[in-house]
Design a protein around this ligand. Sequence first.
Ligand code: FDA
Length: 317
Amino acid sequence: ALGNPLRPLLLAAGRSTLLRRVVTALPVTRSVVRRYVPGEGQDAVVDATRDILASGRAISIDHLGEDTSDPAQAEATVQAYLALLAAFGRLDVPAGLPVPALEVSLKLSALGQFLPQDGHAVALANARRICSAAEAVGAWVNVDAEDHTTTDSTLSIVRELRADHPSVATVLQAYLRRTEDDCRTLAGEGSRIRLCKGAYAEPADVAFQRSEEVDDSYRRCLEVLFTGDGYPMVASHDPAMIDAAHDLARRTGRADDSYEFQMLYGIRDDEQRRLAADGHTVRVYTPYGDEWYGYFMRRLAERPANLLFFLRSLVPS
Ligand code: FDA
């Protein structure tokens, strides 16, 4: 939660190259990381996908990696997604699962958005290749939200992608002051919006700082999305936000298949299964790959209990 006093420190540590080297070299780190990331290779994430689908949940897979300044790295990311989507095409999706059960989540910065030359055009072209491959196997695509300096560029690329691939979804972060307006603009028919609280360290002029303010903003944004004509995706582990979504679904008379819940791989797995057993669509955001350090540090920053678990595992018993 935002109230965690160590949050800014851990988020800063998540951007440090030196700490990245130290933390990733610790042998125990990997076993803790496995709670949140099923593996580094494609086979591991395809195995995890089979298990998640078999449990009646949908999945969104993120190939880990962010903010590259190297076109070859961006191309490698595209190739990883294309290979993953080819593997999706060979998967037997169990009958009875809701909507497209398979989705990939992309970070535009990993596709070249901030390359010094033509970043916008490169990321757009790369994302288009992934969208076409996803369409060919009946999978959905979601464009993740990164820090606030990327929001305008990301939303404009998403707009361009949706002209050819209308099912492309994106993420709005309730901690940003602009997000309620963005929800209004984007809640139209056919849109898919994932609403999350937001995971980056952001300054007070653009983002709410107190967790109560973020929660209030989340509730207001949810209301805009649920009363709109799109497909809201409620991405939170917070019981209060999940209750708010249940209330809104009742009040607005939404059918169970007109919105979905999303949680991260390895977090509140029992609650994910309970919601799915109750007839809700639940999608598990599942990251894989070797660039797990930044993602892992954001998870530690979110919850003191996650950090404590990690620190305890460093002490030999
Ligand atoms: P928060 O961290 O505020 O926790 C509130 C409460 O939830 C806790 O008090 C506790 O009750 C419960 N809870 C949380 N973790 C728990 C645990 N491990 N076990 C038990 N209870 C727990 N961010 C971003 O900036 N861009 C993005 O694109 C995405 N994408 C995304 C996709 C999906 C599917 C999810 C779920 C999240 C994201 N996020 C994200 C991350 C998001 O912004 C946020 O940082 C985390 O989800 C944490 O916020 P919560 O809403 O879960 O509640």
